[in-house]
Design a protein around this ligand. Structure first.
Ligand code: HAM
Length: 423
């Protein structure tokens, strides 16, 4: 049997890849408006980076990483997410010393998680993400959220729900942690072994457990919002009021905990409400990670960001029946009649392309009728017909495929004349 693609990965074929480019183009141009600059980090990193950054007790680190030894016996991991890498790079390149602060970055690239593949869940997926490092102004939280919403809105999505929570600062988290331990401890034997291990290490993770999600203690678990100290509460209120001021609608959900350990204060997800979107409704996730840079050996630096996968975004577009204005068409197809016209047609094709037009010709020695069919299939706007007689008379017959109109243009100035028609 022929070798097949690995489970949980996909080929993005012509016809589909144009959508990806379009989406990435929109996201990049919105990042430009918001003054976020692109960063590219390696696809693999030292395993330790994610153990420290994402957190030892998370599903990602415990179950989902593609970890391997290289020939030098180093443990490396295909990146499961982008934030830890950006924080590493921020420290390594001393970006905390940049004159422009906060440092605002975006990235776009493949991530890898060994998850059970299903609709919207892949083992290789492309994340578009942003990170703003160096500011603890609640307005930056609102800016980051609004940037994500703008990308979705500009692409035409309407059925969106922004869910937001605060995980509080360290002090609030410690108080909540104690409350969670007291809540779960008496009946922890009814939970899965992962939850049992997490009870003392990181009880917040229990709330994120996929297996025990329906246990009655989950519903009655102490809410973080009841444990926020005054300053955390005030911070959260300011974030919400900034969102109000720019008319970004949200729903506060005290049960929202994210699957990564680095979050403090703001945590949010954007979900799709579209009918038929599927079981996984989260399009985008993000939040504030004030301890991460310091944890990884850098100076104390607050940060906030988000990431979404292009795969889920495309699924949401499909669910809302949104067609992107993607252009596939060809400006001019050059049809040649007879062997002698071939080299002139080839030259004309080249001249059109160097003048900036998208142009094509036949390479299979097809008859004129089949060449026209080919031009049709490619949705070519014009077809230039070159025969031996036309060449002798310095003429090209040009057909407008939308209107059916035909005109003759001089061969030696064809591209110049074509420019006037096509623009
Ligand atoms: P995350 O919630 O793990 O957060 O992932 C963010 C987004 O990546 C998800 O909302 C989803 O769109 C996409 N995603 C995750 N796993 C898969 C998968 N297996 N298949 C398809 N799409 C997937 C993070 O990764 C954080 N680094 C986000 C962040 C940035 N927080 C602060 N800055």
């Amino acid at each position: 049997m022929a070798i097949q693609i690995p489970r949980g990965t996909q080929d993005i074929l012509p016809g589909e890849v144009e959508k990806w480019n379009y989406i990435e183009g929109v996201a990049k141009s919105i990042c430009q408006n918001y003054q976020y600059q692109e960063i590219r980090t390696p696809i693999f990193e030292h395993t330790e980076l994610f153990q420290k950054g994402v957190g030892d007790t998370t599903d990602i680190v415990q179950k989902e990483m593609y970890t391997f030894k290289d020939r030098g016996d180093r443990s490396l991991t295909l990146r499961p997410e982008g934030t830890a890498s950006v924080a590493r790079s921020f420290i390594e390149h001393k970006m905390f010393g940049n004159p422009n602060q906060p440092v605002k970055l975006f990235y776009n690239g493949p991530m890898f998680r060994y998850e059970r593949p299903q609709a919207g869940r892949f083992r290789q997926f492309v994340q578009f993400g942003v990170e703003a490092l160096g500011s603890e102004d609640p307005a930056i939280d609102a800016e980051v959220i609004s940037l994500a919403m703008d990308i979705y809105k500009q692409l035409g999505l309407k059925n969106l729900k922004l869910v937001i929570n605060s995980l509080g600062d360290k002090e609030s988290r410690i108080a909540h942690r104690e409350a969670l331990i007291n809540h779960f401890k008496p009946r922890i034997h009814e939970f899965c072994s992962d939850c049992q291990n997490r009870l003392e290490k990181n009880p917040l993770r229990i709330l994120d457990c996929k297996k025990d999600r329906d246990h009655e203690l989950m519903k009655t678990a102490p809410s973080i919002l009841d444990y926020l100290n005054e300053s955390s509460k005030a911070y959260f209120e300011q974030v919400l009021s900034y969102l109000d001021s720019i008319d970004v609608e949200y729903e506060v959900d005290a049960t929202l905990v994210r699957g990564l350990d680095y979050y403090y204060h703001t945590a949010f997800e954007i979900m799709s409400n579209a009918e038929g979107f599927g079981a996984i409704t989260t399009l985008c996730g993000g939040g504030r990670y004030n301890g991460l840079v310091q944890e990884m050996g850098g100076p104390e630096t607050p940060g906030i960001g988000f990431a979404f996968s292009v795969e889920r975004l495309i699924a949401a577009l499909k669910a809302e029946h949104i067609e992107l204005p993607v252009e596939y068409d060809v400006d001019c197809y050059v049809v040649s009649i007879g062997d002698e016209a071939k080299s002139t047609a080839f030259k004309l094709l080249h001249d059109l392309r160097t003048a900036g037009f998208s142009a094509e010709k036949d390479y299979l020695n097809r008859k004129v009728k089949a060449q026209f069919k080919s031009a049709d299939r490619l949705q070519s706007k014009f077809v230039a017909v070159l025969g031996e007689d036309e060449i002798k008379q310095n003429k090209v017959n040009l057909k407008n495929m939308q209107t059916g109109d035909q005109i003759e243009l001089p061969l030696d100035t064809f591209v110049e004349e074509f420019k006037k028609l096509a623009y």
